[in-house]
Design a protein around this ligand. Structure first.
Ligand code: NIG
Ligand code: FE
Length: 435
């Protein structure tokens, strides 16, 4: 859904291009390189970035001089422009919050005890099975719009609350329907292996068989997802189950990724054979797996919103992973049980204060490395000619303010594949606006 009219952003105080010469995901010191242009300008047309440079140079360009009246000009009032966030881990296909779980946890119950007692993921399943595709699509679209309001332009969206063939397909169709109505980019993931559904208790192998032999082939046949995900952790699926599911996904041409090491240590090396795009959570990653991970392009996607919301004292070991060369990304893990947030700026703030990532590292991991975690880095995650016109404009003077003003929304407007989406709340407070 590209905006046909060319867009010209001028007077950008700090333009974070995130451009670099490194091919794969960013590691170690590369995460600090934001490719900043001061007093920058960007020209976009047909949903793509055409040129990037300084406002002074752009205004001297003969083509721009001649065509200035024909293009939409956005005066960025010396504020910050960066690539739109790539939220590479979300679970938006659900209906309603889990407020009982929230209260039980505040009273001292753990996430797992709540799940074992009939709450948790399984308690979101009933509503999803009962819902129509249109109701689910409405929920997904509402989440996508709220994400765009906080600077996100690309979203990975998982199914995983249907837990049978019909409802997982319905969830993925709802994600697809919502993505048609949203100007940003959605990458769908089948998470049929989120948890073993109630009716398969005690015979999880039968459910794994359903996922491998029916769900994945049908998802692939209908082209409903790019990736298959597995919750490969305590309370979820074993490494052997995960290998079977990855085998089936690979056979059917789908990429793989997995939730690992959130609650317990997991053996990762057998799964690396399948070249997963990402391992997510990683709280309890084993020290001996780190050198292996540093040699692979599998991105460690850290989701500190879950640690925050579950009230955990420990956060994912970002410093160890970054300092030892593992490519890291940040994402919201938006879901009703462990991370009901749509805000990437809040996740960046958590990364800085709780995981000791620098603001620059937080931005790089939430943009270009998020794009790598979705295998989209040729189109997303940096502001370079030829890439998709996905931009976030923040009304701050310094990029470090994005994680600094926590729980505030400083995003003024977002450009998604060339289409401008104005954050109306910010506009009321005098944020820069399209001319
Ligand atoms: O990534 N436990 C795994 N999946 C989600 C939580 C889903 C839920 O509780 O609804 C996670 O944290
Ligand atoms: Fe998750």
């Amino acid at each position: 859904m590209a905006d046909e009219k060319a867009l010209f952003l001028v007077n950008i105080g700090q333009l974070l291009t995130l451009r670099s010469s490194s091919a794969g995901p960013r590691r170690g010191p590369e995460l600090k390189q934001l490719g900043m242009v001061k007093e920058g300008a960007i020209l976009c047309a047909g949903g793509k970035i055409v040129s990037v440079g300084t406002t002074k140079d752009a205004l001297r360009d003969p083509w721009l001089k001649k065509n200035r009246k024909k293009i939409t000009e956005l005066d960025c009032s010396n504020h910050v422009v960066m690539p739109g966030f790539v939220d590479s881990h979300t679970h938006p296909a659900f209906l309603g919050p889990r407020l009982g779980d929230f209260e039980r946890r505040i009273a001292g119950a753990s996430y797992q005890a709540i799940g074992d007692g009939g709450g948790g993921i399984r308690s979101s399943v009933h509503a999803v099975r009962e819902a129509t595709k249109a109701e689910l699509a409405g929920q997904v679209l509402s989440a996508l719009n709220q994400m765009a309001g906080q600077g996100t332009t690309t979203v990975e969206a998982k199914s995983g609350y249907g837990l049978n063939l019909e409802s997982e397909l319905k969830s993925l169709e709802a994600i697809r329907q919502a993505s048609f109505e949203w100007p940003g980019t959605v990458i769908a993931t089948c998470l049929g292996a989120h948890v073993v559904p109630q009716e398969y208790q005690g015979r999880s192998h039968k459910y794994v068989e359903l996922v491998c032999k029916k769900m994945i082939p049908e998802v692939a046949r209908r082209n409903l997802a790019v990736f298959v995900d597995v919750f490969a952790d305590r309370g979820g699926f074993t490494t052997e189950d995960t290998e079977k599911i990855f085998e089936s996904a690979t056979k059917h041409g789908l990429g793989v990724r997995a939730h690992v090491c959130q609650f317990a240590e997991c053996v990762l090396w057998p799964l690396l054979e399948y070249h997963p795009a990402s391992f997510d959570h990683m709280d309890h990653v084993m020290a001996e797996d780190i050198p292996q991970l540093a040699k692979h392009d599998t991105v460690a996607t850290l989701v500190p919103g879950a640690n925050y919301f579950l009230g955990l004292e420990e956060f994912p070991p970002a410093r160890t992973l970054i300092d030892r060369g593992v490519p890291v990304a940040l994402a919201t893990d938006y879901n009703p049980g462990s991370s009901p947030t749509l805000s990437m700026p809040f996740i960046l703030s958590l990364a800085c204060t709780q995981m000791k990532m620098s603001p620059a590292e937080a931005i790089a991991t939430a943009t270009i490395n998020g794009a790598h975690a979705l295998r989209l880095a040729d189109r997303k995650g940096s502001i370079e000619p030829g890439k998709d016109a996905d931009l976030a404009i923040f009304d701050v003077d310094d990029f470090r303010e994005i994680p600094y003003w926590f729980a505030a929304n400083r995003c003024a407007f977002t450009i998604l594949n060339g289409a401008v989406s104005v954050n109306t709340y910010r506009m009321a407070f005098g944020a820069p606006r399209p001319a």
